[in-house]
Ligand binder design. Structure first.
Ligand SMILES: [Zn+2]
Length: 68
């Protein structure tokens, strides 16, 4: 189940998420720990936070959102 990509529209803070590049509104998501992408060296508070990646199904552009 967790490997299955769910492709749909998403709303962020009340606004429909639209791809910056191609204007598509269909995305699939994945979660990433910020410290897996080399940020932990900087020792910042947000280094261990999770980020949600919304990946455009059309062009592949990744939109990152940090968990608050
Ligand atoms: Zn796109």
């Amino acid at each position: 189940m967790s490997n299955k990509k769910e492709i749909r529209e998403y709303h962020i803070a009340g606004s429909k998420l639209v791809c910056t590049i191609c204007n598509s509104s269909l995305f699939w998501t994945r979660e990433t720990l910020m410290n897996t992408v080399g940020m932990s060296l900087m020792n910042l508070d947000w280094a261990n936070k999770r980020a949600t990646n919304f990946v455009c199904d059309k062009c592949g552009y990744v939109h990152w959102f940090l968990e608050k």
